[in-house]
Design a protein around this ligand. Sequence first.
Ligand SMILES: [Zn+2]
Length: 260
Amino acid sequence: MQHTRDGLTWHTFSILEPYPELRHGYFTRAGGSSGPARDELNLAFADERDPVENVLANIDRARAVLGLPAPAFVRQTHGADISVVMPAHNYHPRSPEEVRYGFDAMIAPEPDVSLLIKVADCQGVLLYDPVSRILGLAHSGWRGSVQNIIAATVVKMTRYGAVPQRMLAAVAPSLGPCCAEFVHHAKELPPRFTDHMVSENHFDFWAISREQLTGCGIRPANIEIAGICTKCSPEFFSYRGGDQWGRFGIMAGVSQEHFE
Ligand SMILES: [Zn+2]
């Protein structure tokens, strides 16, 4: 579902809408403070071309329209390490120097923590167990797919009590099979991924993620894939589409006030 408020446009996953305690959304590029080069809602610290105050203002506008507290976020490095964000050790970076380095997923085992993953062609994957109310967000580009960061995140969530059979999974807009061309796939991708080669050198990473999610025990009916290709859609930042620095975001948090 698409939403618009205060100049921002974001989407929610229908599979998550029955759970009002979970506030979430993935944002289009519209409505931020960043200049034309980043047009407009860039949510990632990058370099001097988008001042830190612009990025912080954009993050704050995004979390405000979702009704979430300031989000934790990390410096994503295409690895498979996961940061566990507890309320007592929550962190809200206010400058690039404060950003923790080397994590590509975060989990929030307890409520009142919000999480932000930034992407432009890579997948933002939201995982939620509505019974234990444990939340996870992962950044899975092709390197993340190769390392199966999805499974690593699900396993980490189970350590806190999440159960894959009741988990919901949603994949934000990302590079579609139309545009996921990997001419060096023989070197970069494992042979099993060729099951998902849909045309010469083009891979369906949405199908790969679906397989990784069901491989964890998540039910097919509990998986929603936005199915929007970021390179084809002008709504979202796309690295392959020419946005070298701009990143959109998927943000989520579980609110204690909805608990019984
Ligand atoms: Zn495409």
